[in-house]
Design a protein around this ligand. Structure first.
Ligand SMILES: C[S@@+](CC[C@H](N)C(=O)[O-])C[C@H]1O[C@@H](n2cnc3c(N)ncnc32)[C@H](O)[C@@H]1O
Length: 190
């Protein structure tokens, strides 16, 4: 189909941007698909930092990276993305080329453990000083599960509040997607 699903569109955009040697952040490692995608784009020479609050998720991510032979270029943090200031190396400040938020709950995991508006927005705010000029943050929101619509609204409010001179935000979604509607926000920093 000529119009790609949001997750595909997100990866296509990131593929155009990322190069070996870049630094990237996966704010919600989950099953590790996005971490692996980022690692393939920035290695060799680059680095991926990945956060998740569930040990189970980081185990899955670690295994996935190990099988793909990409583990050496990734640092996994068992912590909330809201606390990223405390975990990222100081040398990365202002140099992250991409950051990926794939919100909601872990597929195949505990559906009660979801990303939350407060910590998601706190992470997005903290991230502003870590992003490189020309960098891109993608935020995939799922509106269909309990709490998803509230989180989507908080992300949208945050994005609307960004100064046009500092960042541009693209919002993409299918108007007729039946359930579990997804919205992709792409924040492009100047
Ligand atoms: C939709 S899944 C991510 C999917 C993942 N990117 C992948 O490629 O498989 C959302 C993940 O966010 C994690 N999460 C929830 N709250 C979080 C927080 N405050 N900080 C970091 N991760 C969080 C959940 O544990 C879950 O694994």
């Amino acid at each position: 189909m000529v119009l790609p699903y949001n997750l595909t569109a997100c990866h296509e955009l990131l593929s155009r941007l990322l190069r070996p040697g870049d630094l990237a952040l996966d704010a919600t490692a989950g099953n590790g698909r996005d971490t692996e995608f980022l690692a393939r784009a920035v290695l060799p020479g680059g680095r991926v930092f990945a956060f998740d609050i569930q040990p189970f998720a980081l185990d899955r991510t670690r295994q996935r990276l190990h099988h793909a032979g990409l583990g050496h270029g990734c640092e996994l943090f068992l912590a909330s993305h809201a606390d990223l200031d405390a975990f990222l190396p100081a040398s990365a400040r202002g140099h992250l080329r991409a950051a990926v938020f794939n919100l909601g709950y872990l597929p195949g995991g505990d559906a009660a453990v979801i990303t939350r508006p407060h910590s998601t927005v706190a992470a997005l705010q903290a991230l502003e000083s870590w992003m490189a000029p020309g960098g891109l943050t993608t935020i995939m929101c799922y509106l269909g599960h309990p709490g998803g619509a509230e989180e989507g609204a908080a992300v949208e409010a945050y994005c609307r509040g960004l100064d046009w001179k500092r960042a541009r935000v693209l919002r993409q979604g299918f108007l007729n997607e039946p359930r579990n509607s997804t919205i992709l926000y792409c924040v492009s920093y100047r």
